[in-house]
Ligand binder design. Structure first.
Ligand SMILES: Cc1cc2nc3c(=O)[nH]c(=O)nc-3n(C[C@H](O)[C@H](O)[C@H](O)COP(=O)(O)O)c2cc1C
Length: 152
């Protein structure tokens, strides 16, 4: 399966996570590309079976500024997300009252663009320091998402 991973990062954590996800998907036998949301041409996405989008929460429970800019650009360009399968992961820290609240914001943005958002999205707590637990969470989610991309 061909999967595009698009990340919007403010301080690099979502980028690192996106590359980790790429490695896991490659190990599962998928063909993947990993792209910065602000530098990719969204129109190239038509060739992919599925899109994985990742961003972090900043401010007081908002999308990070890069994700904000990405969605603004998508709205001003004529990008056809209609029917496209999109799975979303978000980074945050559970010490914040609005933990990972960028995730439902991103879900709504993609839904308003006509995408088929695969639910539930993945909320990644950067306060979780058990790397094995983190990897298991990611692999379980990616297997489910891969299955959904496959049936579509
Ligand atoms: C100023 C600031 C505000 C933040 N606000 C939230 C928040 O409201 N909710 C949350 O879950 N995480 C919040 N975070 C945590 C970030 O989402 C977390 O550090 C994440 O790993 C950043 O990823 P990035 O480097 O890809 O931007 C905040 C971090 C900073 C620095």
């Amino acid at each position: 399966m061909k999967i595009s991973i698009i990340y919007a990062t403010h301080s690099g954590n979502t980028e690192s996570m996106a590359h980790g996800i790429k490695g896991l998907l490659d190990d599962m036998g998928h063909k993947t590309v990993c792209l910065d949301a602000l530098s990719h041409g969204a129109l190239d996405l038509t060739n992919f079976d599925g899109i994985i989008f990742g961003c972090s929460t900043h401010g007081e429970g908002e999308l990070n500024p890069e994700a904000e800019r990405y969605f603004e650009r998508l709205h001003t360009k004529d990008v056809d997300f209609n029917g496209k399968a999109v799975a979303i992961f978000g980074l945050g820290e559970s010490v914040y009252p609005c933990f990972c609240s960028s995730v439902p914001i991103a879900e709504k943005k993609f839904m308003s663009l006509g995408a088929r958002v695969i639910l539930p999205s993945l909320k990644i707590d950067m306060m979780e320091f058990d790397q094995k637990a983190r990897e298991k969470q990611l692999i379980d989610w990616l297997k489910r998402v891969g299955g959904e991309f496959d049936t579509y």
